[in-house]
Design a protein around this ligand. Structure first.
Ligand SMILES: [Zn+2]
Ligand SMILES: [Zn+2]
Length: 246
């Protein structure tokens, strides 16, 4: 069993360590059919791409595509969910440059509206540090994620549950309705086995993402695949897995 595409990889445009070409080279080496570059949206205060970066990335990818015809190179973004209304940091203009949109919740993102949305970060951090406030954090996270999926065209929800608790059944139902894939992230441990078991009850589909921050991690999927196998998720529900042809 192998993965044929990895849509979740970072580069020096945000806080990855390698260039786009470094990621492409590794993807070719691993025999992937598609590699995606998905750096953090501008709304991330620490790691977000700079204004105008998407245009440069698009140009760079179009040139690299000519140099590496054996693989499809695509441009995405890991958008940030900014608030309870599900707002994200991707504009209509950005979308013209993008092939796909990943989206996830991150602590370092700028709240859409400070008074309304700062509590999301606060309750998640309090929950992480003290183990309390879980109910409040879960309610705010779930509201944000479900609104995001319902109001925007999102291809993949990244690492659900990794940064704060979610009502996984509600999220999976929304993702099923909107045709959004839930990511089984190879680096973050989410979806966990327990979360996968909940999501499997719905008709939602999944994708494995390496979330590589160094070129050597592009295409890595073994941890995620182990979780898939352990919970007995039918492999055809993971859209980027293929049987080895040997
Ligand atoms: Zn992320
Ligand atoms: Zn990421």
């Amino acid at each position: 069993m192998r993965i044929i595409k990895d849509l979740h990889t970072h580069t020096t445009y945000s806080h990855g360590l390698g260039s786009i070409e470094d990621n492409v080279k590794e993807a070719v080496k691993r025999g992937l059919e598609v590699v995606g570059i998905s750096d953090h949206g501008q709304g991330h205060l620490g790691f977000g791409i700079k204004a105008g970066a998407l245009k440069s990335m698009r140009e760079e990818i179009d040139l690299l595509q000519e140099k590496y015809p054996q693989i499809r190179i695509t441009l995405g973004i890991e958008a940030n969910i900014l608030g309870r209304d599900g707002g994200i940091d991707v504009t209509t203009e950005d979308r013209r440059l993008l092939d796909y949109v990943l989206c996830g919740y991150h602590f370092g993102s700028k709240p859409g509206k400070w008074a309304r949305d700062l509590p999301i970060h606060l309750f998640n951090l309090l929950n992480r540090w003290t183990g309390g406030f879980e109910k409040k954090a879960r309610a705010l996270n779930t509201e944000s994620v479900v609104n995001c999926l319902m109001n925007h065209q999102i291809d993949v929800l990244t690492h659900p549950g990794a940064k704060g608790p979610l009502d996984m059944l509600a999220v999976a139902r929304a993702a099923e309705e909107t045709g959004t894939l839930l990511e089984i992230n190879n680096s973050h441990g989410h979806l966990t086995e327990e979360e996968l078991r909940v999501c499997m009850k719905t008709g939602v589909n999944f994708i494995i993402g390496s979330d590589a921050h160094t070129p050597g991690d592009v295409g890595k999927h073994e941890e995620a695949l182990n979780r898939v196998i352990r919970v007995g998720l039918p492999l055809e529900r993971v859209v980027n897995l293929r049987e080895d042809s040997l």
